[in-house]
Design a binder for this molecule. Structure first.
Ligand code: CDP
Ligand code: MG
Length: 723
């Protein structure tokens, strides 16, 4: 049975004994007196106003006495920014121990870490730090609160399988059920058995606390033996933080909208025209439609003229430069209205102050994997009802002087927006109520059940977990996906006949924090003598896009791209851009002139340096092939042979078919090979809109496929599976 904590009924008093440290003190009231830095008092008041503050003692008590504590609380109630600080204040970060707080998203990691550093009055990277892939802003022996992505914590397990340096690990945003969160939960459950002193906090906005608690429930026999040692209770505790909120009136579209980007823009303008002060948060799906909406909104404001002085339009998506992120969090100047156009990162991961209106497209980008065709795609798909409610809840969260009870009044509107919305904070939805009630799925599917399992399998293998099908998952992946992953890893030479990591390739791949196909390409390049070039390509592939694009500048940016275009395809084109950037002395003007994204190129430089360091560490040879692009092509094929496609002979519109699965695919318009349509290509990834598009495409000679993966292609051709 799980335990439910009712605040006020069992409030602990005074000292609570911690078996390891010999005593932890609950410091009522006076726990912040040590810092008297400038501006601290007002931040301190803000902290105390957060709903979670009332539960400070309860949280510390539960963490003290339970191995696992599950904390559920409304977005914005202070879970992420406050709980790690409470833990530190209570002494969980003494004696060289650290407190970790994981997030599924990189941008959230950076944002909350910098907020917490600010609240504590310390420099980011000192006492409070963060680590995301390719960026470590922590200081050994100084950092005690560490924010990191769940993926990074998984990687840390490769060096320290029991995560011994952490006293408490808070797995935040658990309701998102990202693939790394799920793997992490499975592994942490194992670690807990070996380290009873480790404390886990599982926190989220809408988690199904009961099912999470069942997952962390130990078997009865174990429980009995462990409780004898007077350690923490092994049964998870559940705490629900009562939130606060305002009435949000929801207005649905009367009819489904055709173009949700345009509809979102028009709705925002109507809000601006008719509604009282308050910022607007618009939910779209990704960088492309967000950039398009920012552009449209800016254009329409300029043409109509009447709004131009009052609106500040800001995008929010991962990969946004730090300076732009900060703008999103800072309040709009007096008399101005801020419009933040965001991915679902603002759904629960980040709280923006001052939002009064939410415009919800009803869509997000989601990963879908089909184990039959072995195709994984990012698809713009309808969100779940749970997400829709969360998004609506972002309206009017932090406006003082309003009623603190949260309720949603559903009401049907004629049209997307109506002037009846004058009185309450309102949420115009770009979908109909009928759709919301009858068609929208209730909750999302955990990512692990809609993802390719290749990376996950390698990580578990590298951690010595051989029986992957028997692993204790919070939600089990499908057996088909697992078999497909084993098959791909076997063909890449990463797993051997006994499904163990090969030496050295398998172990080297596991050390590189990239998709295994990219890692395999890097390892092959070391053998082929073109690792300098391939590492550049891998770095470019790890950023979203190195090109500047957008409505209105398409022609110019396409022309600029042609200056670098290589007949071989996008990968070699990237090398040309990198060379140009380097020769310009890494100049931002050069980037601007060539429609190359300067921030993306800086990131490429950083990632490249990190990859070189990793390559050296795992014994790869760093060497340039100068201009022998044949070698570069061979290395790419060594990693990506499974993504080979050929042009359909009868096709007039550039239709390709994948060699495995015979899926119809097309070259993406952003590729330099768009409309060139060479006969044989391999692609790096697929995106799905009206069609399946191949992004980052390279021409190949099909005979190279047989050389790179004879086993794979021979068997594919005779229509047999690999196992
Ligand atoms: O994690 P949870 O959603 O419960 O809340 P939180 O992220 O800890 O946020 C608590 C408060 O801190 C909210 O009122 C936010 O507006 C504020 N905050 C902020 O001002 N800037 C940030 N970068 C993060 C949080
Ligand atoms: Mg949070």
């Amino acid at each position: 049975m799980s335990q439910f904590w009712k605040p006020g009924t069992e409030r602990p008093q005074g000292r609570v004994v911690d078996d390891e440290e010999g005593g932890l003190l609950f410091l009522f009231g006076s726990h912040h007196s040590s810092s008297a830095k400038h501006g601290y008092a007002s931040i301190e008041k803000q902290r105390q106003r957060l709903p979670v503050f009332k539960y400070r003692t309860a949280i510390l008590y539960l963490v003290e006495t339970h191995a696992t504590t599950i904390i559920v609380g409304e977005t914005g109630s202070g879970k992420t920014t406050q709980i790690p600080q409470y833990l530190k204040e209570a002494g969980w970060a003494t004696g060289g121990r650290l407190i970790a707080c994981t997030q599924p998203r990189r941008l959230a990691v950076q944002a909350v870490a910098s907020r917490v550093a600010e609240e504590m009055g310390v420099k980011l990277g000192e006492e409070v730090g963060y680590t995301i892939r390719f960026e470590d802003v922590t200081k050994p022996d100084v950092t005690v609160l560490k924010f990191l992505t769940d993926g990074v914590l998984l990687r840390e397990m490769m060096d320290d399988p029991l995560l011994t340096k952490y006293s408490v690990i808070m797995v935040d945003e658990a309701h998102e059920r990202s693939i790394s969160t799920d793997i992490l939960l499975g592994l942490l459950k194992k670690i807990q058995r070996r380290r009873p002193e480790l404390r886990l906090i599982i926190s989220s906005a809408t988690i199904e606390a009961k099912s999470m608690s069942d997952f962390f429930q130990m078997r009865k026999k174990r429980r009995e033996t462990e409780n004898k040692d007077h350690g923490p209770q092994v049964e998870p505790a559940i705490l629900s933080v009562e939130g606060r909120g305002f009435n949000v009136q929801i207005n649905y579209a009367e009819e489904p909208v055709q173009d949700y980007v345009q509809a979102a823009v028009s709705t925002t303008l109507l809000i601006h025209e008719r509604e009282s002060a308050g910022d607007v948060l618009v939910f779209l799906t990704g960088q492309d439609d967000i950039d398009a909406a920012v552009q449209l909104l800016t254009d329409q404001v300029q043409t109509t003229g009447k709004h131009s002085s009052g609106l500040i339009v800001l995008p929010l998506y991962s990969g946004l430069p730090r300076a732009d992120q900060e703008l999103v969090f800072s309040p709009a100047p007096r008399g101005k209205r801020k419009v933040v156009i965001s991915t679902n990162i603002a759904e629960t991961s980040l709280t923006l102050e001052g939002i009064v209106y939410v415009v919800d497209s009803g869509f997000s980008k989601q990963r879908f994997y089909n184990p039959i065709s072995d195709i994984e795609n990012l698809v713009v798909a309808p969100i779940s009802r749970a997400s829709a409610r969360q998004r609506a809840g972002r309206a009017g969260r932090v406006r003082p002087g309003k009623c603190y009870s949260f309720s949603m009044a559903l009401c049907c509107y004629t049209g997307i927006f109506s002037s009846d919305m004058q009185r309450d904070p309102a949420t115009p939805m770009l979908y109909t109520e009928e759709y919301f009630l009858n068609h929208m799925p209730n909750a999302g599917i955990p990512e692990i059940q809609r993802s390719n399992m290749v990376s996950c399998v390698i990580q578990l293998k590298a951690l010595g977990i051989d029986n992957i099908l028997g692993f204790d998952w919070p939600a089990s992946p499908s057996a088909e996906a697992m078999i497909r992953a084993l098959e791909v890893l076997y063909s890449l030479g990463i797993l051997d006949d006994d499904a163990k990591l090969t030496s050295p390739t398998g172990f080297q791949v596991a050390e590189i924090p990239l998709d295994p196909m990219v890692s395999k390409m890097i390892i092959a390049s070391s053998q082929l003598g073109c690792s300098e070039e391939i590492i550049t390509i891998a770095a470019v592939l790890s950023v979203q896009s190195i090109w500047i694009s957008g409505r209105g500048i398409q022609k110019e940016s396409d022309e600029a791209k042609l200056r670098f275009a290589a007949a071989e395809g996008d990968h070699v084109t990237f090398l040309n851009v990198y060379k140009g950037f380097h020769q310009s002395g890494k100049s931002s003007q050069w980037c601007h002139k060539n429609y190359v994204n300067y921030h993306a190129m800086r990131k490429v430089l950083e990632v490249r340096e990190q990859l070189k360091r990793i390559a050296k560490r795992i014994g790869l040879v760093l060497k340039s092939c100068e201009s022998d692009m044949q070698l570069v092509r061979k290395a790419v094929i060594a990693g990506f042979f499974a993504n080979a496609c050929h042009l359909e002979a009868y096709s007039h519109d550039g239709m390709y078919k994948t060699l495995r699965g015979s899926q119809e695919v097309y070259i993406h318009p952003s590729s330099v090979l768009f409309r060139v349509n060479p006969k044989w290509v391999i692609y790096h990834s697929l995106v799905s809109t009206d069609r399946q598009y191949m992004r980052n495409v390279l021409t190949i000679d099909p005979s190279c496929l047989m050389d790179a993966a004879p086993h794979f292609y021979k068997l594919q051709q005779s229509n047999h599976l690999l196992f």
